[in-house]
Write a protein that binds this ligand. Structure first.
Ligand code: SF4
Ligand code: SF4
Length: 154
């Protein structure tokens, strides 16, 4: 509900759970909450027909799928039928936490920023390449190679 209010135009002007970009599969008796955020749109159903059994209850593959898909009404704007996708509450200024996390009373949702694996490595490599390119432009590739060879010997 908070999601639909946050994304209403103007903001907070309406509340409609059918416009939420998240749904939570809930088993209150077992205290199990599985959040599913709306992902990409697809024109056709997939072949996934896996059945998951959790605490003795069976769930279809679609139960945990975030796709806006023709097989069901989830993650579609109810008036226009246009697909809805979670944008992590992009906003200016940015929220401290996405709206759904802020209002989730059972605490089923948490927000943790994660650094993509290899991102730091990629960044370092990028910086190194820029530095080397500047040296090559200034002194020529042969001088740079000779200098690196001399340094690695020392
Ligand atoms: S909702 Fe997801 S799992 Fe189900 S048919 Fe569509 S894409 Fe496949
Ligand atoms: S992060 Fe924002 S856009 Fe995504 S489901 Fe939560 S409230 Fe909706």
């Amino acid at each position: 509900m908070a999601c639909s209010a946050f994304h209403a135009v103007p903001k907070y002007s309406s509340v409609n759970p059918a416009r939420a970009r998240i749904r939570v599969v809930v088993d209150e008796l077992k205290d199990v909450y599985v959040p599913i955020r709306a992902g990409d749109y697809t024109q056709a159903e997939c072949n996934g027909r896996h059945i998951y059994t959790i605490n003795g209850k069976e769930y279809s593959e679609c139960s945990f799928c975030g796709t806006s898909c023709p097989s069901r009404d989830y993650f579609k704007e109810p008036d226009s039928g246009l697909p809805l996708k979670c944008d992590m509450c992009e906003d200016e200024p940015p929220l401290s936490e996405p709206m759904c996390v802020q209002v989730c009373e059972p605490g089923a949702l948490t927000y943790i920023e994660r650094e993509e694996e290899g991102e730091e490595e990629e960044e370092k490599r990028g910086e190194m390449e820029i530095g080397l390119e500047a040296l090559v432009n200034k002194y020529g590739v042969k001088t740079v190679i000779d200098t690196i060879a001399r340094m690695s010997k020392g």
